[in-house]
Design a protein around this ligand. Structure first.
Ligand code: FAD
Length: 407
């Protein structure tokens, strides 16, 4: 690899470089652009809109729940795009608990006044945000750029970032900005670089839990009243104590389902036949909905994801020119459905501080203190919510009894 000349990316206004074009980085880029900054967004991967094969997109979950927290942040950044996105959500007004016999379902509403969380396609949301960024004159998005190093985050000199451009013969390229933002996810290089060059502390803890993504196809029967086999307006849960299955509806009538279990449970199932038997005993109705063949294929081919919690502090660099947001700052287990929602909230809180202080460096520094307590609290709630979803929702004794046989 060769080192090319430094690219000074400054235009008329102040410049912001953002690393990671995931959900949070994209929303942050839009937010800074709307405030008049000249924004460059860097992404390690290729443009997802050019990748046809879903498995190549490396998406962590097909759909996710967007709550009022996330919607409020999106609205703060751009009302119009929020309205467009909201047309594609499937509202979930409660949980639907599936019993062990596969014959009974119990609806538990989230609120008395129709309060909902909403299922949204992750890829669709990401692509909506990228399309919106394409329409902004003061934004450029550079795909195939991998962050390698941060420079000058402790002195008054403007920070720079070194990237490896995989489309340009793996050249190293250096870019200088007034402000830089790390939104490069749970395994953040930005965070690592901050911890190397400033006294940023962080911890990462794997929880003993794996997830396997499954798929419930739509009802293809032309005579069917609905394309959904089960009620789309609920988050479906098959609570079985130390493991569980969930399913969230997609707009096309399908459901994305996720099986969570300790690693020892999935690893004790040595063949697809054993997995099928386990699944049929524990989730008989889901077994029929997903189908035997699809289940066996998922067991053999689908990746098993690991889950971890990340905690970092402070989120800003000593010179107040670099900041860490989204999963890079606070990756959490998905049981509270708040990871992306909190990342979106990071953007809103940061933008409000910039407005309030009228000084971006002061805002970055203040952000750490303003945000830390809330993020710690939600990470804790996320961890605790596994117990809520997998056990507390089943007040019915027979569910517990039968399950204890497995634990
Ligand atoms: P990411 O989505 O990880 O994006 C980071 C981006 O940075 C990626 O595109 C990556 O390619 C890029 N990148 C990484 N390294 C570099 C580098 N060195 N240089 C350049 N680019 C780089 N959250 C919810 O709110 N609701 C839910 O229902 C929900 N369900 C979930 C279910 C599962 C199974 C999982 C695993 C997570 C779930 N989450 C949910 C959490 C949510 O997925 C994350 O919080 C969210 O994706 C974080 O977004 P992000 O942009 O911070 O990070």
């Amino acid at each position: 690899p060769t080192m090319v000349n430094s690219h000074d990316s400054s235009s008329q206004g102040e410049t912001v470089g953002i690393v990671g074009a995931g959900l949070v980085g994209c929303l942050a880029a839009l937010a800074f652009a709307k405030k008049g900054y000249s924004v460059t967004l860097f992404e390690l991967r290729s443009d997802p809109r050019t990748v046809k094969d879903r498995s190549q997109k490396n998406l962590r979950s097909i759909n996710l729940a967007i709550s009022n927290r996330g919607i409020r942040a999106m609205k703060y950044v751009d009302e119009e795009i929020t309205d467009r996105v909201l047309e594609y959500i499937v509202p979930m007004k409660g949980r639907m608990i599936h019993d062990l016999t596969g014959t009974k379902q119990e609806s538990q509403l989230y609120g008395l006044y129709g309060e909902c969380i909403n299922s949204i396609d992750r890829g669709f949301l990401n692509e909506c945000l990228l399309n919106e960024l394409d329409m902004q004159e003061n934004v450029r998005v550079l795909f195939d750029h991998k962050l390698i190093r941060l420079n000058d985050i402790t002195t008054e000199v403007k920070p720079s970032m070194v990237f490896l451009d995989s489309k340009q013969h793996n050249e190293f390229k250096t870019f200088k900005f007034d402000y830089i933002v790390g939104a490069d996810g749970a395994h953040s290089q930005f965070r690592y670089q901050m911890s190397r060059f400033s006294r940023l502390n962080y911890s990462q803890n794997y929880v003993d839990m794996q997830y396997l993504e499954l798929y419930i196809p739509p009802n293809e029967d032309p005579e069917a009243v609905s394309r959904f086999h089960i009620n789309p307006n609920h988050l479906h849960i098959w609570p079985r104590h130390n493991y569980m299955l969930i399913a969230l509806a997609n707009k096309d009538g399908s459901f994305t389902s996720t099986f969570f279990s300790p690693w020892s449970v999935i690893e004790s199932l040595k063949t697809s036949e054993e997995f099928l038997t386990f699944f049929q005993e524990n989730f008989p109705d889901a077994y029929d909905l997903i189908g035997e063949e699809a289940l066996a294929t998922a067991y053999e081919k689908n990746p098993r994801g690991s889950l971890m919690q990340v905690s970092a502090y402070p989120y800003h660099s000593p010179n107040g020119r670099a900041i860490l947001i989204g999963d890079a700052a606070h990756s959490m287990v998905p049981f509270y459905g708040q990871g992306m929602n909190c990342g979106f909230e990071d953007v809103r809180v940061l933008m409000e501080l910039i407005e309030e202080t009228e000084d971006i460096q002061a805002a970055f520094i203040k952000y750490s203190d303003v945000r830390k307590k809330d993020l710690d609290a939600i990470c804790k709630l996320a961890l605790e919510n596994f117990y809520e979803m997998s056990t507390k929702v089943t007040s019915i004794g027979y569910l517990i009894k039968k399950n204890l046989d497995y634990t």
